[in-house]
Design a protein around this ligand. Structure first.
Ligand code: UDP
Length: 476
């Protein structure tokens, strides 16, 4: 079952949540287009989501391998957890996949494994099987750099309260944040998350879903820091078909959008994970109504939303989608003029590639850093004033309707600043498309990564021919 001498075969192991499965699948599509056999590994209950997405591509070079049992002993997707409190258990349980992945690896003998940063155990797994591991890191160079700088500061000495703004030193741009906006991974790192760093240097490299022109200073400083080698190959979704994944109320929403003026609609979506309190839902609703712009508002399946969010479908000024929306396609519709986003990295990239300015409302994880990139570095966003980084909705301060309406007006209204934001957003859209064209920065980097893996395979093949074995310690 091992791959042939000529054909490169890569295992992809995405984290079990849409925000990581989608870009990893997109990456596998790009890589397979270069004649590489791609195998995506997942668990039983995530298989349909990936199958549906793969059916868009009909690519004979991409295969799905499903681990035969639910070895996690709990929901198999971050979006299915009953409460954010069990998130640490979910991450702990991921190591139960190790023996299954190793069995698949021994059966299918791929030449490389590209696995999410949340699977630190794949470093040792790859090493003992004599193949390189490439880490898939679903964040920006900017966020990585800021996290590295902040983790070296003693914030508890230098900043007296959690809501005091401090300047992050040594960055090319003046970036200010509060301690309350930092992700838990920095404020209280766990044994699990510190394990990421420890294993980094032992990996062959890291693949990043970003593009050079988006964050040149941060890409350069990361690459020249002497750490793990990295390739920026994004945005990886340009190969995605317009069919998109899911598609609740799809034809209706596009019919509705078709009837709107170009650039007049606000698209509102908080990604696949955040939950809100009833009070926050009411403020979002009142804020959108007060802003008075036509909107498409996506609300994930959520009992709290009932009664606090308008019914699904067309309303007086907005269209509400409950469940999964075809985000990528909606953002590209010419009626959409702005995006109110939770600043998940994929959503940021999708907004950038669509050329729309953004209203930023980060919730947790790296999203507060992404907000700073959009607002302070790229100049394409206006924040609603989200001050607390937390998955737990009751820990976040409620953003009132007036702030929502004001940020929407700042982004969608007239005036020099708003025009300038729209101009920069259009400029970034062009840069994103160029990066993935033939000869563009991301296209070239992807070629370099695949070439490097082919060269490694060739060396290993020669080594086997000479010594009769592959050394797990050879230069990978
Ligand atoms: N997404 C979508 N429809 C939805 C919600 C999310 O297509 O209703 C997609 C979105 O386009 C993006 C991904 O899911 O590609 C979410 O990733 P992101 O990093 O933005 O946020 P996360 O959900 O991981 O917080």
């Amino acid at each position: 079952m091992g791959s042939s001498t000529a054909e490169l075969h890569i295992f992809f192991l995405p984290l079990l949540t849409p925000g990581y499965m989608i870009p990893m699948l997109d990456l596998s599509v790009l890589i397979s287009a270069r004649g590489v056999r791609s195998t995506i590994i997942t668990t039983p209950s995530n298989a349909d989501f990936l199958r549906l997405s793969l059916s868009d591509h009909n690519n004979p070079n991409i295969h799905l391998l499903i681990i035969s049992e639910n070895s996690l002993h709990q929901p198999e997707n971050l979006t299915s957890l009953p409460t954010p409190d069990v998130t640490p258990d979910f991450f702990d349980s991921l190591c139960r996949l190790e023996s299954h992945v190793e069995n698949l690896l021994l059966t299918h003998r791929p030449d490389c494994i590209i696995s999410d940063i949340f699977y630190p155990w794949t470093t040792a797994l790859a090493k003992r099987n004599g193949i390189p591991r490439i880490v898939f890191h679903g964040i920006s160079y900017f966020a990585l750099t800021v996290m590295n700088v902040i983790s070296l500061l003693d914030l508890y000495d230098s900043v007296s309260t959690s809501d005091e703004l401090f300047l992050i030193p040594g960055l090319p741009h003046p970036i200010k944040m509060t301690r309350s906006q930092l992700p838990q991974i920095i404020s209280s790192p766990s044994e699990f998350t510190t394990g990421f760093d420890a294993s980094w240097e032992e990996n062959y490299g890291m693949v990043m879903n970003t593009f050079y022109e988006l964050e040149p200073a941060y890409a350069d400083s990361f690459k020249s820091s002497g750490g793990v080698r990295s390739w920026h190959v994004g945005p990886v979704f340009f190969s995605r078909h317009s069919v998109d994944r899911g598609g609740v109320a799809k034809s209706e929403v596009f019919g509705w959008l078709d009837g709107k003026e170009a650039g007049s609609v606000l698209y509102v979506c908080f990604g696949s994970l955040p939950r809100f309190t009833a009070a926050q839902f009411q403020e979002i609703r009142a804020g959108l109504e007060a802003a008075g712009r036509p909107f498409v508002w996506v609300v994930r399946e959520d009992p709290v939303a009932e009664g606090n969010v308008p019914v699904a479908g067309e309303g007086p000024i907005g269209f509400v989608i409950k469940g999964w929306a075809p985000q990528h396609a909606i953002l590209k519709h010419q009626a959409v003029g702005a995006f109110l986003t939770h600043c998940g990295w994929n959503s940021c990239l999708e907004g950038i590639a669509a050329g729309v300015p953004m209203v930023t409302w980060p919730i947790f994880s790296d999203q507060q850093f992404n907000e700073r990139l959009l607002v302070d570095v790229l100049g394409v966003g206006v924040g609603v004033g989200s001050m607390v980084n937390s998955m737990r909705e009751e820990e976040r301060t409620v953003v009132v309707a007036e702030r929502v309406a004001a940020a929407v007006e700042a982004v969608m209204g007239g005036g020099q600043e708003a025009d300038e934001r729209r101009r920069k957003a259009r400029e970034m859209k062009v840069a994103a498309a160029k990066a993935v064209e033939e000869g563009g920065s991301s296209e070239v980097e992807l070629g370099r990564m695949v070439d490097a893996l082919r060269a490694l395979k060739m060396n290993r093949t020669k080594e086997v021919a000479v010594n009769g074995v592959t050394s797990a310690d050879s230069e990978i």
